[in-house]
Design a protein around this ligand. Sequence first.
Ligand SMILES: [Zn+2]
Length: 217
Amino acid sequence: MPEGPEIRRAADEVEKAIIGLPVREIWFAFPSLQHYEEVLTGARIERVDTKGKAMLIRFDNGYTIYSHNQLYGKWYVRSSYNYPSTNRQLRLAIHNEKKSALLLDQSFIAGIGNYLRSEILFVAGINPAARPIDCTEEQLKKAAEATISLVKQSYKTGGITNDVKLAESLKKKGQKRSAYRHWVFNREGEACRIDGTPILKVQAASRRLYYCPTCQK
Ligand SMILES: [Zn+2]
């Protein structure tokens, strides 16, 4: 995750590529932003500011694009229209005659270990069959927060994604690590730690997913 100096370095690189020359084409992945493509085409970029981990691209017609890399986003600066071959998804592209600045992102929860996938969905209260479009804003927000907090916690604790205090008390009671480590993963038929419902296991695209049918309706 880029922090202060890293984001400034990235901003310097983007700024150098896109400042001055008029924007030949701009492309947004998000449909809600696409009507700005026309507004920003032909405009010039005056500078690129950073604020915390965000980048602010200032246009000479008064508009600013605010972008945040979150955990998995990355800016690529390339010669004009020279797209890199990558599994990442394009979110934003700014082209001028010489250069393209591209914001690429890994897809949601891609590249995350099997156990984290199940654990994140449980913490966010999302049914494993749900697509992102089926989720409420609140659920997506919870999933984003759980992704960050569980990845951090798992790193710090060596793989414990269960509530840390609960895991500690279960450990004191003599439970094995495999029994206290997770909320739902590898716990098929065991009682949900919240409401006692037996945990179910499903197979999705050759991946095992575990969930509580009550907490994750
Ligand atoms: Zn439950």
